[in-house]
Design a binder for this molecule. Sequence first.
Ligand code: PGA
Length: 885
Amino acid sequence: MDQDQNAPLREDVRLLGEELGSVLRGQAGEALFDTVETIRQVAVESRGQGEMPVGKLRELLDPLDDETLLEVARAFSQFLNLANIAELRHRERLRRQHERFPGDPDTDRGLRQVLEELKKSNVAPEQVRQVLADLSVELVLTAHPTEVTRRTLIRKYDQMADLLTGLDRPDCTPEEAERLRRLLREQMLSAWCTDEIRRERPTPVDEAKWGFATIEQSLWQAIPQGMREIEDELALAGIEPLPADWVPIRFASWMGGDRDGNPNVTAKVTRRVLNLARWMAADLYLRDVENLLADLSMHRASEELLAHTGPSHEPYRLLLRAVRDRLRNTRELMEARVNGAAEPKGEVYTSSDELYEPLSLIDRSLREVGLAAIAGGQLKDTLRRLNGFGITLLKLDIRQESTRHATAIDAVTRFLDLGSYAEWGEKVKQKFLLEELESRRPLINGAFYQSEFCTDEVREVLDTCKVIAEQGSEGLGAYVISMARTSSDVLAVMLLQKIAGVREPMRVVPLFETLDDLNNAFDTMHALLEIPFYRERVKAGQEVMIGYSDSAKDAGFLGAAWAQFRAQEALTRIFKEHGIPLTLFHGRGGSISRGGSPTRMALMSQPPGSVAGRIRVTEQGEMIRFKYGRPSVAAYNLEQYIAATLEATLLPPAEPRPEWRAEMDRLTQASVGAYREVVRDDPALVSYLRTVTPETELSRLALGSRPARRKPGGGVETLRAIPWVFAWTQMRLMLPAWLGTGAALETGLENAPDTLRTMSEQWPFFQTVVDMLEMVLAKSDTRVALWYEERLTDDPELQRLGVELRSRLDRTVAALSELTGRESLLDNNPVMRWSIRVRDPYTDPLHLLQAELMARLRTREEDPVLESALMVTIAGIAAGMRNTG
Ligand code: PGA
């Protein structure tokens, strides 16, 4: 990597390390500082010589008492968080200079490059403009429990990043620099004195509030800021301006709406969250309108506006005062609803249009009387916000598992003496559902709710639909069915909404997330589209969700990736045939094993034609912080989405060649076989997972409101994808990301090496698979994994499996490097390699400590100090890996 360009990053890492050192000295004493420093030196030196510091570190760690172990773990964990701050800051710095980390896929090509590319490819500017005008990118913030860092600390880290920004300013004087460093020390001290572990599980309402905070603190600024930058880029490229309030990005949320496997998300919670969101929106618009009130003191106004206000010296203010009052009423009403208090009277906003109307009237008037420059200021930002966030702030999705709906319908058919729905065949189910959907008479009456058939679980499903019925459609997004398998799963949710009296039904979105369900996605949707009633209902558009992590957990990374690709391709085709616009909703996690990849790579590796200007994607946990936590970074990431969606729509990748597809079929067959041979068929796997990885310990971490398993007990199948990946990440075997893929590559290289190489050079889908695999393998470390095994088990069966897994991992690395022709991993991505290397001396001691603490804790009854230390190592390693799992 370019030495000079990254000098400021190294300088920041050094500065933060130095400050942390002085905090340690002051707070924990010289002795602890010396211990930490010695451990660090040993780790640095050993890694430098290509060795693992295990023996030497043990000698240093063994004599330490429990309290000291905790402090040592905290010190290393803190440093890793600081390294992240420096890296984040460096990315911001480079972006400002329109530079990128060389070879870093995280800094994808921006809008400017895409527009140039389009020009070179002779795409007419009008066509670009048209696609942009229709573009729809919806980012869905989920409550997925993957953010380990407490919000309290995130705030402090953000402040540290701001202080680094200040220190970076060219006009920063030595006195100012001294003051900023002092403030930095203060923040670090306060971070050091703060418990890094969340002690109590957040409630779903807490989770929703975090989502709102991201909007308040970052996205509220980022949308107008990002849109201004985009507008400039478009002007530069000679594209005719789009409407002044054009915003192709929307936000949706699962926080407080996703009840799949989370009994804490109830109908009551959802109602509360919806009201809170509207409260927050009213409050934010109120701040905007107060500012406009202060600014818009001019008297020149259009006749149209004066017709509304009557003669006035300050007509804009007059109008805005009414808007302000109505916003205040709205806020008060929502507050009363949240608190269950009596509802105040007074006119409120019930739709975005109602608020849009007076603001756009002001906008038109200002432009008409020659004050367009003023209209283009704050007012334009507010109008854009209104377009992006509406008066509901976000669109809340509902998600529930397919079997819960089937159980509810089953209760209804049994109550009506029609037999048991659950036992009917698919055709009979569909016929019943359709008849009832088309019928005018209500299916059940109040007696059902009083009957024994209406169990708590059934009531909860129906109560949720009642919340949908009572809320207007503006604040609601998609009703997602997890583990969707059949056409009746979709019709069932339509009927449940009808039963609850929903007048504006939520769109029903099946989530296909196992290998079989992805493979059957075409048939499932085809069957639905054959039904005239259904076709009529979705004629304006259909959304289908693709589940990345569960399919990878089910079939391995490669098998899942190909199934996702094929499902999307088939769905794109069938909806095109029917002339119904299709939006694919990508349920991807942050980490590679859960489908995470840089924005452009993710979009360009989709089947050609599947993006078509519309995309919906989940954003989760720590990725929300990394990508949207700070306004400038968020603005950048929004631009990335727009650029990549535009590119994937207008310059889609070529169709894969038939021989590539055939090869992919062979590869996946090998991959799924090898993956399942271990995950499903090896009798030692579950025990290995529980013994050698911190899977059991992880469930004690108060990460999110939902349980780690769908059902208590059971094997890998009941475990959710997040803890599954998380556990293997912590001990660096990273199994979910590569198991099976190595075997597939070996087969491919043996049978069709040239085809495989061409695929990796010319096919974006396969390129992405290879690049992602390489990135994840670079984070794996068989030697670290071995420490865990050595410390945590002496069972020969587990050791047998451990040897096999490590050897499979080594072979995967070898196969990959044979394919890429690169001697060592990430030779093409020096930034990432650097960033892993810098962290190794800090993560090594944490791994060693973690294995030690797990071993000690498993033999003790209860030990709060060791327990805390263990949780700190988990958080620290997650920070070091830059994701949980
Ligand atoms: P899910 O998501 O378990 O909520 O389906 C999994 C993931 O994002 O990894």
